[in-house]
Design a protein around this ligand. Structure first.
Ligand code: PRX
Length: 645
């Protein structure tokens, strides 16, 4: 079993959970699920304790997901107040800006002061319990402050990735019905300015419902300012009262909305509620990263993604841990930037995505060797399957062979981790998210929904609820049921494929639906197609993922032009820029392939399976093509592709 990396004995000796504890606790978490989560919920400070742990049913006709429902609490009190006054002068956030000479430490006391003041500002702007505030900020401490200020007054945050375009921001503001937007003058990434306020202004031209915009001065660049609507964050905080009474909310009251892509065009606003999410986020964070007091934690994810919500913001804050926050990119000003940050802050736990590792791996060991990474104890991976080659590099070059790798499998929908090799307990196998977290029951099914035992390959489902899972899709509960609970009644379906091996280890193989995973970012193919097809030259388009060395998957777009329009390099570039402007740079098509027509079945449905094979340069094994309405179309597509290679 050369592929098995045992838990280092000295690591296991001081870990929160070792192999025996895992077996024991996992068994108990299933046999006495209520008792297990009741105990875990003791991690939070409740205002009114709950009496009932859960009331859940994965029945598409009668879906119920409720955890700790009659308990009440406040999230910001759990994340901040309870660490005071003991930690008032200790660092909560160690921020490093995009430029390597810019840094700030935010203590727990300062964080608390800022959060209370901003909460008062939001109140003065009319934000009340249950209202949505959209946050469009770079990776700066003010993003933490903004989220915490919302939840202090029972408002619901909706963070939008700062790499999204004005149009994408506008759609998310409209869907959430936000009244207030919190943004910055600009962001900084890799030496370049990101025009956040300009994007926000553009988005707001179609969103008059946003009455106020709170603007953080990040770079000090001159930006348009609408008196009456806009206010400067610093000025508003300076004028605000320093204490804001936290609002008591129910465990099932919403905590945040987070948009993600699905298999239809419209992004889904997943709704997470307060009690269950905080229990799952806070307890799992400490366990899976084996955090001990004094350990500095660093998660590289952008605040706009669920990874950051759960394991960069809520997890560390709930546990009173010090985190590094880095605004920039791993390759600027050079490709040793991350390693210099680990050395500077003596990072013990480092959590990142495979795509970044693959690009840093290309730079060789030189940039790593220039830095002392001996503070590292645990390495984490998230967002996409990590290929064994990147895994080995991470393990041997970054972790010097001594740090377990925590490959965490979960989703925006699941709120927190489902599969993970808990580092003191589960030996690693490269590329495998390994074993279920406590209380989690993985089930592998075939396409017909038959449950598969033992070694098996199929669709990744889960049975029974867990407290962190999303409760609904905003304004579309029916879609929530249809997407996750209707495909295999009684189970939650993730949309991923999986293989379980002879040791009961799980390896996620990637999406089996119309979602592609580009550099760990989820993109819906239909969303991309709608953007492309809205261009005046385009008659029709079809988007598929294709294997990409760095990104994991790339965006491959087949485009059929309208009659009379000629294919050109210029038009190709225009289409790429068009998609970037509609969605954001992460959605840029890697390949645009002109297609005279698209292969469809007789019902007119595009046959993506064939298109995906051609995109992967696999020109045979199309399987059953008898359903193709016009078989000649397939030949034409193959020929056009071959011509471009
Ligand atoms: O396909 C799986 C992949 O990312 C999807 C979830 O994306 P998102 O909601 O953006 O959340 C990402 C961060 C939690 C999943 O359906 N994925 C996530 N983590 C892993 C993974 N695939 C394999 N291994 C993982 N560790």
């Amino acid at each position: 079993m050369s592929d098995l990396f045992p838990v280092p004995p000295d690591f296991a000796a001081r870990a929160h959970v070792d192999a025996a504890a895992y077996e024991n606790l996992y068994g108990r978490s299933l046999d006495d699920n209520q008792g297990f989560w009741r105990e875990q919920a003791g991690f939070l400070d409740w205002i009114k304790p709950f009496t009932k742990v859960s009331d859940t049913r994965f029945d598409p006709d009668d879906l119920r997901i409720r955890w700790f429902a009659d308990g009440t609490l406040n999230a910001s009190v759990n994340c901040i107040d309870r660490h005071l006054p003991a930690k008032a002068d200790l660092p909560a956030i160690l921020w490093e800006g995009d430029a390597s000479d810019e840094r700030r430490t935010v203590t727990w006391g300062q964080l608390s002061d800022r959060v209370n003041r901003l909460a008062n500002v939001l109140k003065s702007l009319g934000v009340a319990k249950g209202d949505v505030v959209t946050i469009y900020l770079p990776v700066i401490p003010e993003a933490f402050v903004a989220m915490m200020a919302c939840v202090r007054i029972g408002a619901v945050h909706s963070v939008v990735f700062s790499g999204f375009s004005a149009e994408a921001l506008a759609n998310r503001i409209a869907d959430a019905g936000a009244k207030v937007l919190i943004t910055a003058d600009e962001g900084k990434r890799g030496g370049r300015a990101v025009p956040l306020k300009r994007n926000a202004d553009e988005a707001l031209t179609s969103q008059p419902g946003v009455a106020h915009v709170v603007v953080v001065r990040r770079t000090g660049a001159p930006v348009p300012f609408s008196p009456g609507r806009d206010l400067w964050y610093e000025d508003a905080l300076a004028a605000a009262q320093p204490w804001c009474e936290p609002v008591e909310v129910g465990a099932e009251d919403p905590l945040f909305i987070l948009y993600t892509s699905g298999s239809t065009g419209k992004p889904k606003g997943l709704v997470h509620t307060t009690g269950g999410y905080l229990v799952h986020a806070g307890t799992s964070w400490k366990t899976i990263f084996d955090w001990h007091p004094g350990d500095v934690f660093w998660c590289t994810a952008d605040v706009g993604w669920v990874t950051a919500h759960t394991y960069k913001i809520y997890g560390p804050l709930l546990n009173g841990a010090t985190s590094v926050l880095f605004e920039g990119v791993p390759t600027w000003p050079d490709s040793s930037r991350w390693w210099s940050i680990i050395e500077r802050y003596r990072v013990a736990i480092f959590y990142t995505a495979p795509t970044a590792l693959r690009s840093l791996m290309r730079e060789g060991e030189g940039p790593v060797r220039r830095h002392d990474l001996s503070s590292l104890r645990v390495l984490g991976s998230v967002g996409e399957p990590i290929n064994p080659e990147a895994w080995r590099w991470y393990h041997s070059v970054i972790g010097a062979g001594r740090c377990p790798i925590v490959d965490t499998y979960w989703q925006t929908e699941t709120g927190a981790v489902l599969l993970v090799p808990i580092p003191g307990a589960i030996p690693n196998k490269p590329g495998m998210a390994a074993k279920p977290y406590f209380g989690i029951r993985p089930v592998v099914v075939d396409a017909q929904g038959n449950r598969l035992d033992g070694v098996a390959e199929g669709n990744m489902c889960f049975e029974g609820s867990w407290p962190g899972q999303a409760r609904t899709i905003l304004h579309d509960h029916e879609r929530f049921i249809r997407t996750y609970f209707a495909p295999y009644p009684g189970l939650f379906f993730t949309g991923d494929g999986v293989r379980r091996d002879e040791d009961g280890y799980y390896r996620i193989s990637g999406r089996v639906d119309d979602v592609i995973n580009v550099s760990g970012h989820r993109l819906g193919t239909v969303e991309l197609e709608s953007a492309i097809s809205s261009h005046r030259a385009v008659a029709e388009s079809a988007v598929v993922g294709f294997p990409h060395d760095l990104k994991g998957q790339g965006v491959f777009a087949y485009v059929t032009l309208k009659d009379g329009i000629t294919e050109s390099e210029e038009l190709r570039k225009e289409l790429v820029a068009w998609v970037r402007a509609r969605i954001g740079p992460i959605a840029s098509p890697d390949v645009i392939q002109w297609a005279p027509a698209l292969p469809k079945n007789r019902a007119g449905k595009i046959l993506r399976r064939i298109l995906a094979k051609v995109a992967a340069n696999d020109f045979e094994n199309f399987g059953d093509t008898s359903t193709v309405a016009d078989p000649a179309v397939v030949g034409d597509i193959v020929q056009s592709r071959k011509d471009t290679l």
